[in-house]
Design a binder for this molecule. Structure first.
Ligand code: GLC
Length: 612
């Protein structure tokens, strides 16, 4: 290690040392040993970090706002679905450039048992790529190539649990006391039953309960699937070793670490075991550790909960935690609006987001690999005569195409007969009606569904933060029902929207008359306009606009000298919106200038009107 480098690390560590030590000792006491070990890890991983990554660290350290720019567009994909394996992704890398994306979330790709993988979220080895997908070297090559093209790479860090095939779990099953202390082991049901009184269920139908009894009678905590054993972060060895795994991935060139299921990582008897204060302590430590060893790396928290639970994961200005969080309530409220054609809830959600500090960066999305959970503002809905249970039933009936007139084609997920609850699966295109229209060979229905799909994307691109396209959505990919015939997948309807990327159909993106071509071209255009206008930066001011129509969502954005009025028609009829006065603006999609006091939006139409 050259002296300069040592100084760089020393300097970063010195600025953060006291706080890190304080946080560590608060959780683990101050015998010094564990903390010294952690500091040793930071030094080791800094020393081993490649020069090209260190160069990125320095650039981003100087420009810490880099990820707030309007030039970032993301895509999330499964390596096997997209291109078979990592080498295949390298061969297809031009597709990213063609699609205009420069941030790729590679879905879990570390070693995970085939039959018990939860889509890769049951990790058996945090330092080994799933053999069918390639090797760590392939991953390093891919991230390096991406960096050379200006593409950032995101990877899941599945930190709440390991697979029951992980070396620690195997040793624990053999009775190794130290290994057992990394998990939550019990020799009877007394304490587990006590936990069950206060801990809700994540997968009530597909994996009921929060504990699993092993063949030898031992009981182990398994919040998610029975083969995903919860790690015990009260054990400093777990924290240290998992931190080492995180740094290992950062040194493989991962720019964005997605902290999977982070609210769940600390357990305390008598509590819901979610969002406990110690979780924030741990996330803050991870932030400090990354800022010290690999400051270009961002933390993306997966907190799929109501807004009051999400926002604390940003931390405070002095003590930041995650760099980015999912805009999950907006996503669910968007689909609520698709089903109801009533924009009031989304308007209220926009208003709530507008009140948040502008330094918060959200990751915006329409669909992802998971189901849509109906986490809506039920207090507000109740005031407007919509009770939770019947409203959810309506949404689900609508999106599975059961409601009369619905063109959506989705499937329920984790239907809970007792709580009368269910979540929902399906691709954007199928939920918008493209699947039904293609099946019926109904061209006018197809055009309408494509317009709805494009309008929803335009709305996503209008939100502050980083828009992330779910791979396949850029070409209107439909649901894939083949999972019904796969024994390892058929009980998990999330596989409905985790189909193989259909390269043959995707070829049609080059044909402007096809629906694939229409969607692809529209998304490219939206991305370009977004990248060329500073009014789309994450820090812009924004507010909802009252449009006078229950079906049309209005958003006003302002940044620098730019003012943008964005209108989105969520219904299948034309809507005419009065602007109150004559407004001179450029329609950014057509480039045409207008001076009007009324805007006519076609069915599922939208406008980005830049005032001039
Ligand atoms: C996250 C993932 C989900 C997975 C769960 C358990 O919520 O998004 O797909 O099932 O974590 O790891």
């Amino acid at each position: 290690m050259s002296e300069n480098c040592t100084n760089e690390l020393e300097k970063r560590l010195k600025e953060r040392y006291d706080e890190l030590k304080w946080l560590y000792c608060e959780l683990y006491g101050d015998d010094g040993q564990g903390f010294d070990y952690l500091c040793g890890l930071m030094k080791k991983y800094y020393a081993e970090r490649g020069e090209s990554l260190k160069a990125i660290d320095r650039v981003r350290e100087k420009n810490p706002d880099w990820y707030r720019s309007n030039g970032i567009v993301g895509m999330m994909l499964y390596v096997d679905n997209f291109a078979g394996n990592l080498k295949g992704v390298i061969k297809k890398i031009d597709y990213f450039t063609e699609s205009g994306v420069n941030y790729i979330h590679f879905m879990p790709l570390l070693e995970s048992p085939k039959e018990h993988s939860d889509g890769g979220y049951a990790v058996a080895d945090f330092r080994k790529v799933q053999p069918e997908l390639g090797t760590m070297d392939d991953l390093r090559k891919l991230t390096d190539l991406c960096h050379k093209r200006g593409i950032s790479c995101c990877l899941d860090f599945v930190m709440n649990h390991t697979s029951d095939e992980h070396a620690w779990a195997k040793a624990a099953r053999e009775g190794d006391v130290q290994a057992k202390s990394r998990y939550f082991f019990f020799d009877g049901w007394d304490i587990p039953s006590e936990y069950e009184r206060t801990v809700p269920q994540v997968f009530p139908t597909t994996a009921p309960g929060n504990f699993t009894q092993l063949p030898n009678g031992d009981i182990v905590m398994t919040t998610f699937y029975p083969y995903q054993w919860d790690l015990n972060y009260a054990n400093p060895m777990v924290f240290n070793d998992m931190t080492e795994n995180l740094l290992y991935l950062a040194n493989a060139g991962i720019d964005v670490i997605r902290l999977d299921a982070v609210p769940y990582i600390w357990k305390e008897l008598g509590t819901p075991c979610r969002n406990l204060p110690q979780v924030h302590n741990i996330v803050r430590m991870m932030r400090i550790i990354c800022e010290t060893v690999c400051p270009s790396v961002l933390l993306l928290g997966e907190v799929v909960m109501e807004p009051s639970k999400v926002v604390p994961y940003f931390g405070t200005t002095e003590k930041p935690e995650c760099h980015m969080l999912y805009n999950v309530t907006t996503m669910a409220s968007t689909w609520n609006t698709v089903a109801t054609r009533d924009v009031r809830l989304l308007t209220r959600q926009t208003d709530k987001l507008a009140e948040l500090p502008k330094n918060y960066v959200f990751l915006n999305y329409l669909r992802c690999h998971d189901d849509i959970g109906w986490g809506l503002d039920y207090d507000w809905l109740k005031e407007h005569y919509m009770e939770q249970i019947p409203h959810k039933r309506y949404l689900n009936d609508y999106f599975i195409g059961k409601y009369p007139g619905s063109v959506s084609r989705g499937e329920l997920y984790n239907e809970d007969q007792i709580l009368q609850d269910a979540r929902l699966c399906g691709t954007t295109a199928s939920l918008c009606g493209i699947e039904a229209a293609v099946y019926d060979e109904d061209e006018s229905a197809l055009n309408l569904a494509v317009d709805a799909d494009i309008m929803l994307h335009a709305y996503m691109f209008t939100q502050s933060g980083i828009p992330v396209i779910y791979s396949g959505d850029e070409v209107g990919q439909l649901n894939d029902y083949r999972y019904h015939a796969d024994i390892n997948k058929k009980f998990d309807s999330r596989y409905l929207h985790r189909g193989k990327f259909n390269w043959k159909l995707a070829e049609k993106r080059k044909d402007p008359a096809s629906y694939q071509g229409r969607i692809f071209a529209a998304l490219r255009k939206l991305e370009e306009i977004r990248g060329a206008n500073e009014v789309f930066v994450a820090q812009a001011e924004f507010s909802p606009v009252e449009t006078g129509s229950a079906n049309v969502l209005g958003i006003f954005r302002r940044y620098g000298k730019q003012n943008l009025l964005a209108l989105f028609n969520f219904c299948e009829e034309e809507r005419s919106i009065s602007l109150g006065q004559k407004l001179t603006y450029t329609d950014l999609m057509t480039g045409e200038k207008h001076r009007e006091d009324t805007v006519v939006l076609p069915p599922y139409g939208f406008i980005w009107a830049l005032e001039s």
